[in-house]
Design a protein around this ligand. Structure first.
Ligand code: 0GY
Length: 315
């Protein structure tokens, strides 16, 4: 049984509730470039083995490493970057377990507190962790003082790691000086969550683009159209292009910063309330935002390999 009380019979065979991920993702039409990396996904539990954090703001459905790896193979990815989600707090065990079980095909992004020891950081590194995540989304986490985050950033930078930041677009003006003071590469989750009902050339998204333009160590994930979209997937908007309202935003970022963008499924899509995306459809979204083979290879292979498997790039 899973922590949510549902029987688990194997990859893609679970009994699903409305909050669970799509258990029969379509096979994408878009053929991913060889060696593509799903650079933003999670594992949740299973709760019986890796309990959820007492301080969590939500309890997800279980989403195991075996199910993640099955999805990877079905969609045609070669590798994963497993990002620690807030429901596991700073207990990175499930994420580390996935990295260790992947045969070198998964790397991780951890959450650590100021109290983390150097030995623990070294063990995370040896397991495949290459970054920490600082989360500023108020519905997901309690406040952490910036001096604590800065101290952590200083320590992980010495390991060659980067910092992944997750925040809402309205908070960028308040946070940008802190981000640019971080002594490491900064990777912004989901384009800083733009409001896609606002004009792409309006002040909010222009500020985000300027932030990237002015700071060469800032990267962006062009992920999560399903989270940002108002028009939604075909099933909700009648037909046609899934998440079409997000396309111009993501395409602008990919075309202006082709060497500093990453893409990920965000499987198993925590906290989505209106619909659960078909991960195959999400992959079919990629050629709309990265429109040439060159841009696709940078987004899906070259950039994530440079950040997470630099030793294979001679870097
Ligand atoms: C995501 C998005 C969300 C959740 C988390 O760590 C998390 O719990 O990141 C969200 O609810 O927007 O990237 O998984």
């Amino acid at each position: 049984m899973s922590a949510t009380g549902k029987p688990v019979t194997g990859p893609f065979e679970k009994t699903k509730g409305w909050l669970d991920w799509c258990d029969k993702p379509s096979k994408p039409d878009f053929v991913l470039p060889e060696g593509s990396v799903d650079a933003h996904c999670h594992v949740f539990g299973p709760g019986a083995e890796f309990p959820y954090a007492p301080e969590r703001k939500y309890t997800p459905c279980d989403a195991s490493k075996a199910e993640l790896f099955a999805l990877r193979d079905r969609l045609g990815f070669a590798r994963n970057v497993v990002v620690q989600a807030t429901c596991h707090g700073a207990d990175n065990s499930a994420m580390v377990d996935a990295c260790l079980a992947s045969g070198g095909r998964a790397r991780g992004v951890a959450t650590v507190r100021r109290s983390v020891g150097d030995d623990a950081l070294r063990r995370l590194h040896d397991a495949g962790v290459r970054g920490v995540r600082f989360n500023f989304v108020k519905r997901l986490v309690d406040f952490t003082p910036k001096d604590e985050l800065m101290e952590i950033a200083g320590r992980i930078a010495r390991l060659g790691w980067h910092v992944v930041v997750y925040f809402e677009a309205v908070d960028l003006p308040e946070l940008s000086d802190f981000f640019t003071a971080l002594p490491a590469t900064v990777v912004v989750d989901h384009m800083g969550r733009p409001d896609v009902t606002k004009p792409i050339d309006g002040p909010e998204f222009s500020l985000f683009l300027k932030f990237l333009r002015d700071h060469l160590n800032v990267w962006s994930k062009v992920s999560c159209p399903e989270r940002l979209s108002v028009s939604g997937p075909p099933a909700l908007n009648g037909a046609g292009q899934a998440y079409r309202d997000v396309v111009p935003f993501a395409r602008r970022v990919v075309e202006e910063f082709p060497d500093r963008v990453l893409w990920g499924t965000d499987w198993p899509h925590p906290n989505l309330k209106n619909h659960m995306p078909d991960d195959g459809l999400l992959v079919d979204f990629i050629p709309h935002i990265a429109t040439t083979p060159d841009l696709q290879r940078k987004l899906l292979v070259d950039n994530p390999m440079r950040l997470y498997w630099p030793e294979e790039q001679g870097g």
